[in-house]
Ligand binder design. Structure first.
Ligand code: PGA
Length: 299
């Protein structure tokens, strides 16, 4: 019998879900690709593993046996991974990470998910604005940094892992709430509460308007997203903040997102460190973990 690990993974997913479509979704494959893999295993095994009755599929006796073996094999592979990770030292030590204040709205969730898998690793986390992050990179005193657009003037390695849309916010009873495609000039007639000098969000907003030959009138600057949200809620002005900072306020309808022309402002998140830096095995696995899983962990 010649069966590949890939085929066993597909078999396990189809058997567990009793659905080609669900298995395809889970494995990020097309449904015909899944059917093809199953057909190939059945050819190799020499006997049907599934039978279709009406719209439903069922496991045959041979299918049930193969499903059990597929699960045992997957289990053994994951055990082997754990043993090897221990040997490599991935599961121990402390990782020092610096994240943008805005990234701190999701960073703990990612680190918690990572820790669930690599229990022995501890974190030391510095939350600071973009300027603080540039200083960390300059000093090379962290394992990695999570930030917006990496600066061009430094020799860095950076990896994109998630989008960071910046949206316009107003109190829910503001007259522009619910209006479609608000002209930028109407929006800019209001005054704004902005982040402090040195914030990446602030720089991105200023650049967005200056690229369009426009300028915003700012009434106040504040050194945290929380302070901005409170001030906007209190009616002190409008704001532009990362969507990642807004989960609760939108759910509780304490703030509303305005549909301004050309919005949201598109920004991205990157994992960044100095070029040529020798990352520890734990740091390498955190970097991989973030690039592969962040989007699924953060909603
Ligand atoms: P900030 O950084 O928290 O300094 O605004 C976020 C970013 O760079 O997009």
């Amino acid at each position: 019998m010649h069966v590949t690990l890939r085929q066993l993974t597909v078999l396990e997913a189809v058997a567990r879900n009793l659905s080609y479509t669900k298995a395809a979704d889970e494995l990020h494959l097309t449904q015909p690709a899944v059917s093809m893999q199953i057909k190939q295993i059945e050819e190799s095994v020499g006997i049907p593993l599934f039978e279709q009755i009406g719209k439903k599929i069922f496991l045959t006796q041979a299918g049930k046996e193969m499903y059990n073996y597929a699960r045992s094999i997957q289990q053994l592979i994951s055990e082997a991974e754990t043993v090897i990770e221990d040997i490599k030292g991935i599961k121990h030590g402390t990782l020092t990470i610096a994240v943008a204040s805005t990234a701190n709205y999701f960073a703990p969730q990612i680190l918690a998910a990572f820790k669930e898998r690599y229990g022995g690793i501890n974190f030391s986390l510095d939350v600071t604005n973009r300027e603080g992050l540039l200083q960390h990179l300059e000093n090379n005193d962290t394992d990695m940094v999570i930030m917006g657009q990496p600066p061009r003037h430094m020799d860095l390695e950076s990896e994109f892992f998630m989008e960071n849309p910046l949206v316009a916010i107003a109190p829910p009873d503001h007259p522009m709430v619910g209006r479609r495609n608000i002209p930028m000039d109407d929006f800019l007639q209001h005054t704004f509460i902005v982040r402090e000098q040195g914030s990446g969000t602030r720089t991105a907003i200023e650049r967005f308007f200056s690229d369009r030959g426009k300028e915003m009138t700012t009434s106040m600057s504040m050194s945290s997203n929380e302070a901005i949200k409170q001030a906007v809620q209190a009616g002190l002005g409008l704001g532009v903040v990362s969507i990642h900072t807004l989960d609760m306020e939108l759910e509780l309808k304490r703030l509303a997102v305005l549909e301004v022309e050309s919005f949201p402002i598109l920004r991205n998140w990157y994992i960044v460190h100095r070029k040529g830096k020798r990352l520890s095995p734990a740091a390498i696995s955190l970097k991989k973990f973030i690039t592969h899983n962040a989007k699924n962990i953060i909603h």
